[in-house]
Design a protein around this ligand. Structure first.
Ligand code: ATP
Ligand code: FE2
Length: 326
């Protein structure tokens, strides 16, 4: 079955086309065009204008790279949420017009579960604990009823951030340091030169909390009581260790022996190294996702569409659609 997936929840407008079967996802193409701004960040209205402007061109590129005609495509999947409202509508309207014009089934999918599903199929994992760490999200997730291969079980969030996502926290601190956006990669680079200082470490049961850590780092920086490199290193060490603690507890509790890291913070080598060590010590396997599939793109939407094609909700867009509501 061939599925075309459209991504438009945030700054990326992407179209991926996959050839899918029960146990395999072959990516035929994965084209995208991302909105960027060097100063003020993302303005939702401008992002929607960007998506409308580039959509036809990205589609043309995708069809030509995949060497496909419309007759060969079975269905169209699109990201219905969560995300920025204007960006979601831009994607939905484009997808709906295409589906009407080409007479194809239109499948709404959840952007977050698409990140999880592509991570699982690419790594051929069986029944993992997912650690989803992006700008907005920091969640430890499992899927129920995985043994029933014909049914997509509900996702359960076992632990999450009680305030801001880890990526956003790193970006905020980077803004204080005037490093620009996105800040995660910049902090990672500086952290390589730093040493450990003790900072607030907040784990509450299965959840984490990053604002105390961020506030302390900001204060130490503004009062010149610690060096930038030591702060970057120690901020990372604390945030990563807190998150790994709840991931490990989830693995122990569910007796699962695979962990998949998805989301943009997964690009951080130190984070992956720490997760690898934790998994090794428990005799478990650690997986992450190749860079080309870690960020937002259409192939993951297409694959999630394939998994949901027989049972999906009637909806247009939902900016607040949570993973555990899927
Ligand atoms: P979603 O809507 O799926 O949750 P998102 O747009 O919030 O996604 P992603 O695109 O998955 O986020 O990830 C972006 C985040 O990843 C940014 O906060 C960025 O700073 C962070 N990031 C990227 N590279 C690194 C890195 N090397 N180390 C740490 N953080 C990183
Ligand atoms: Fe995303």
């Amino acid at each position: 079955m061939i599925i075309l997936g459209i991504e438009s929840t945030a700054h990326t407008f992407g179209i991926g086309i996959i050839k899918a079967s029960q146990n395999a996802c072959q990516i035929l193409t994965n084209c995208k065009d991302s909105y960027s701004s060097s100063d003020i960040g993302m303005i939702p209205g401008d992002i929607a204008i960007h998506h409308k402007k580039v959509a036809t061109d990205v589609l043309k590129r995708a069809l030509s790279e995949a060497k496909l005609s419309w007759e060969q495509i079975d269905s169209i999947a699109y990201s219905a949420g969560p995300g920025l409202d204007p960006a979601l509508w831009a994607g939905f309207n484009f997808a709906k017009d295409l589906a009407n014009k080409q007479n194809k089934q239109l499948i709404p999918v959840n952007h977050c579960t698409a990140h999880l599903s592509i991570g699982k199929i690419i790594n051929h994992a069986k029944d993992p604990v997912y650690l989803y760490v992006s700008g907005v999200n920091t969640q430890v997730i499992v899927q129920q009823g995985v043994k029933n291969k014909n049914k997509q079980g509900k996702y359960k969030i076992l632990g999450e951030t009680l305030d801001l996502g880890m990526g956003n926290m790193l970006d905020k601190f980077a803004r204080t340091l005037k490093l620009g956006f996105p800040g995660g990669p910049k902090i990672e680079k500086i952290a390589k030169l730093g040493s450990f200082i003790k900072l607030p470490y907040t784990v509450k049961g299965m959840d984490v909390n990053f604002s105390g850590l961020l506030t302390k780092c900001t204060q130490l920086f503004e009062r010149k009581q610690a060096s930038t490199k030591d702060l970057c290193f120690s901020l990372q060490e604390h945030a990563f260790a807190m998150t790994i603690e709840i991931a490990e507890r989830a693995m122990a509790h569910t007796q699962k022996d695979e962990l998949i890291l998805v989301g943009g913070v997964g690009a951080n080598k130190r984070f992956c190294e720490m997760l690898e060590t934790m998994c090794k010590e428990r005799g478990a396997t650690f997986y992450n996702v190749p860079m080309s599939l870690a960020g937002d793109q259409g192939a993951m939407i297409a694959w999630e569409g394939f998994l949901r094609k027989d049972n999906y909700p009637k909806m247009e867009v939902d900016p607040h659609w949570r993973t555990d509501e899927v």
